[in-house]
Write a protein that binds this ligand. Structure first.
Ligand code: FAD
Ligand code: NAP
Length: 338
């Protein structure tokens, strides 16, 4: 295994900004990672584990060791009449894993089709889309403590999954390398087509009886038509989370802004569509040099080519401030900032 110095990261993250890692190594096996752990470079530097680089923003060069996780493998661990337990290594591409499940007609991840990145990052922020989240299908997460080297298995409840949240994103940030995730998928799939434009798309596709494959195809179609492709324009998906506010705050805002988009949550609070809030502040489609707010989806900040991470971060601060001034709501960044 090679440790490279002063290594360009541009092609390793989807914002595509021009940044460098002090050191860079790719690990293809747990054994290789264990070798890396013995080196001075590992011991004397801050570490960053990298999957597909689709949920982070580098505001400057990373002055430490970036470890690109290339652990591969998908295997069935156990099954019964109703469920199948599938272990996927952290470096597997997420969408390819979803397609593997779809092709076997295992239900549970079809609504999460076409999300960029790797399996290992999926529990980090409890990835979610179209009413589905990893927390609904994650059986356990296998990880290595980066200090002691001990292996640890986190059961679903220990992951403390929340809305785009988990124990790995904050409490255990940079404490564990996730090596694999075991998913519990349904052999008798239950479909969730009520979210967003899925039903409409299924109709347009001429689908009468939904199936795992049809839903995956519908999600792929919708996402491809709406979201910016990072291969063409730098971005990391939604830059901000949808904020949750109390019923009281929601009602006050709704009176002032009747068109506001919001959804009632089970806990009595309301989730506001952050994209709508940002749009109302006039940011949708706005460009500041090569940093901008996407023309179709105001939640997505983009790099038109030569923007720096610092410029994109500054733009995110402008958005935060404007939304706070207009609505009294503090947005939270979803993207990991380095
Ligand atoms: P990275 O960006 O490489 O890493 C993200 C964080 O996880 C970093 O802090 C990193 O250090 C850490 N990490 C990565 N791998 C490991 C590991 N093995 N062990 C420990 N820590 C690790 N997200 C959604 O939830 N829903 C969506 O619908 C969605 N759509 C998107 C659409 C687009 C166009 C884009 C660009 C992004 C979208 N995202 C979405 C965000 C992103 O794709 C997901 O969060 C994804 O899970 C990130 O995976 P990654 O491998 O790229 O993670
Ligand atoms: P959309 O369908 O236009 O919906 C806009 C917002 O309204 C979304 O943020 C979504 O919240 C919310 N919403 C829509 N229908 C809902 C319902 N029935 N119940 C509760 N909330 C509802 O959004 P989009 O931009 O095209 O994205 C589609 C899906 O992909 C969303 O689930 C979104 O989260 C996900 N996505 C995530 C990222 C990311 O980087 N995190 C990037 C792109 C897309 P939620 O976001 O809470 O679902």
């Amino acid at each position: 295994m090679q440790i490279l110095n002063n290594y360009p990261l541009k092609k390793y993250h989807t914002f595509g900004t021009d940044v460098y890692a002090g050191y860079f190594a790719e690990v293809n096996s747990v054994a290789a990672f264990r070798e890396l752990q013995k080196t001075d470079v590992y011991r004397n530097n801050s570490l960053l584990f990298l999957g597909g680089g689709s949920n982070l923003l580098f505001t400057k060069n990373f002055d430490g060791l970036v470890i690109k996780n290339n652990l591969k493998g998908i295997e069935v661990v156990k099954q019964d009449d109703d469920f199948i337990y599938i272990k996927a290594a952290a470096g597997e591409n997420w969408h390819q894993f979803v397609l593997w499940c779809v092709n076997h007609n295992y239900g549970g991840v079809e609504n999460l089709s076409l999300i960029p990145g790797c399996v290992g990052a999926s529990p980090m922020q409890n990835i979610g889309a179209y009413g589905a989240e990893i927390k609904d299908v994650c059986y356990e997460v296998n990880a290595i403590d980066i200090q002691s080297g001990e292996e640890r298995t986190f059961e679903n409840s220990e992951c403390k999954f929340g809305y785009r949240e988990s124990v790995f994103k904050h409490v255990y940030k940079n404490r564990y390398l996730i090596t694999s995730v075991v998913f519990k998928l349904n052999k008798k799939p239950v479909f969730n087509t009520s979210y967003g434009a899925i039903e409409q798309e299924l109709k347009a596709m001429g689908v009468v009886e939904p199936s795992v494959k049809a839903i995956s195809d519908a999600v792929i179609n919708i996402r491809s038509s709406k979201l910016p492709d990072p291969a063409k324009i730098g971005n990391a998906g939604s830059f901000f989370k949808n904020p949750e506010v109390s019923k009281q705050k929601y009602e006050a805002l709704k009176e002032q802004f009747p068109a506001m988009v919001a959804y009632a949550l089970d806990n009595g609070n309301y989730k506001l569509a952050a994209g709508w809030l940002i749009e109302q502040c006039g940011f949708k489609g706005k460009r500041f040099g090569d940093a901008g707010v996407h023309v179709n989806q105001a939640l997505v900040l983009v790099n038109y080519g030569a923007a720096s991470g610092a410029e994109i971060y500054d733009l995110s601060q402008q958005v935060l401030d404007a939304v706070h001034d207009k609505f009294g709501v503090l947005l939270e960044r979803e993207v990991n900032i380095y």
